[in-house]
Design a protein around this ligand. Sequence first.
Ligand SMILES: [Fe+2]
Length: 224
Amino acid sequence: MDALKKIKYIVADDSPFVYFKPDIDLSVIQRSFDEIPIDPHFEPGYRYRTQSLYEIMEDGQFKILHSKPLYQPTYINSYNNYGGKTREYDNLPTWLIDDSNFNALVNAWIDTLPGDIDRFSAHQIRTVSDGGEVVPEGRHRDGYDYIGVFIVNRKNITDDCAISIVWVGDTDHELFNGVVEPGTLLSFDDKLLMHNVGSIKAKDGRKDCLRDVIIFTVPECCIG
Ligand SMILES: [Fe+2]
């Protein structure tokens, strides 16, 4: 078993922060970003994204439901006019719902939650370009109960960029501060914790650079 598996920080009785590497074929999840469309709502133009709302059927299979447009009030997300307006995105590739690696990834995240769920949302987010901000709004909550963040790819970016930090609420108490390797899943209680990620820096400015993540949310719906 990987040494990172099931390292658990209990910040309250029902609010875990966990990170580990699920046993999946990462290359399959990486391929799901091959056709990712640009985010038309992100004015700097260096972000790509999709989002889907899923129902978990009795047999454990996933079904894509009609997505609600994303909406965040401005007090949750005041960046770049993201907050206070509705945003629609294409679905994640539909072949993922039949893929055993995606199924195992989702279930690895669900296993960390304190209760059962029957719906969740997933968001693919690609950040590109030297200096591209992964979290332009800075330290924040996403505004949901539980969040899963799966790091899918770091390509042509420096080994020490895009540092993730997770805090207990608005205190200075850090539960995590470091670079998260591709293949690692972070799961945390969004109600009690805050998070941030630094910008990406190209190793070689002549080549494309990127960082890909999939974010899971429950209750289903939107993130910034
Ligand atoms: Fe976030």
